[in-house]
Write a protein that binds this ligand. Sequence first.
Ligand SMILES: Nc1ncnc2c1ncn2[C@@H]1O[C@H](COP(=O)(O)OP(=O)(O)O)[C@@H](O)[C@H]1O
Ligand SMILES: [Mg+2]
Length: 437
Amino acid sequence: MSTSTTTSTTGQRGRSAARPAGRTPASSLDVDALIDDPKTRIVVCCGSGGVGKTTTAAAIGLRAAERGRKVVVLTIDPARRLAQSMGLTELDNTPRIVKGVSGPGELQAMMLDMKRTFDEVVLAHTDPERAKAIMENPFYQSLSAGFAGTQEYMAMEKLGQLRAADRWDLIVVDTPPSRSALDFLDAPNRLGSFLDGKLIRMLTAPAKVGGRSAMKFLNVGVGLLTGTLGKIFGAQLLTDIQTFVGAMDSMFGGFRERADRTYQLLKAPGTAFLVVAAPERDALREAAYFVDRLAADTMPLAGLVLNRVHSTGAPQLTAERAQAAAEALEENGSQNGSTAGSPSGTQGDASNASPTAPPNASPNASVAASVAAETLAAGLLRLHAERMQIMDRERRTRDRFVSVYPDVPIVEVGALAGDVHDLEGLREIGERLGGRR
Ligand SMILES: Nc1ncnc2c1ncn2[C@@H]1O[C@H](COP(=O)(O)OP(=O)(O)O)[C@@H](O)[C@H]1O
Ligand SMILES: [Mg+2]
């Protein structure tokens, strides 16, 4: 029975993946060229949850600013420490200057406050009194706080606002951690179809018959409450929806129009999408979906950021040799446990892990020390072997992606030892993005 040993991670694209010999070359993504180009006005970082979108967006923002551009970064739910390091302690929904940026440019940052952005839209579209009535409506409150798709929609709304303000020459956008990839592209439509969905049409229909004024509509609406709909949906919810829709009626066109405009902005020259992914099977499968989806919407993809890639300082020491050396050491160690002996020479880079026993130590202590050193060295060798295996797996996963998407430029960003939670960490990620490490 013969089976293929390679399975495509990148889904059903129908193309058979050529088995790469060694590392498959991919064109490399030149992030510096992208952010240095004055024609680049918007960079959108998308990808599935936890892959490093927020980190990448912030790092690109910082790097672009330090290379001379006037940048604003729109982050979504940044980790607290990262937010603090960028001076984002206030949830005021407007960009603030980030301190500690060196170089000729300027960095401003903000985190998206979904509800406030929604409020801003309402305020921009209606008079204060009406706006107040809408904002006090419980249905509006729950919609603005977390209706599916609201965050995506509001991120796009905010992007539209930032672009319209025309105060920055580069806007870097983080995207919400949507479960379903690229939800934000659907957001305008989704909110639109919610607002003019069946239920809403049914509710607004009497208003159109009865007259155009919102008051008239509300009166008719009250009549409905005693009807079947009220029983199904609950009288209170229905009143809320009716009041809300009644008040939103005048703004409706505005919402759709704005959403459409932002959508067009995403397609315009000057916008670049970066798909962020971890070098793992599931993440790259998601990334493949993103690449396809962006292509389907003719959104301009700049490339793939492969984030948290593992590396080693001793690439010449293979996993097999490290493993064998560890075993040899352990064997030797168990013999040394009963007979005094000196540690045998180890291969590779583990030699600096062997402390030397003090000269005047007793023979027993010296044996114990050499056994401890061997155990430590063996442990390090095993760690190295494991890392080499991870790297190998990452490389194969990456190569499979490349074989299906040979035209997508890639930049690899190595994993930092710890979390990225300050400007220094962002700078380091930026250097890796710029291919300087
Ligand atoms: N290259 C990296 N090296 C080390 N840690 C990273 C790297 N990129 C991201 N992280 C960490 O991974 C976590 C998730 O990153 P984040 O940017 O919040 O992901 P996302 O926005 O896609 O959900 C954070 O704790 C971040 O500090
Ligand atoms: Mg995030």
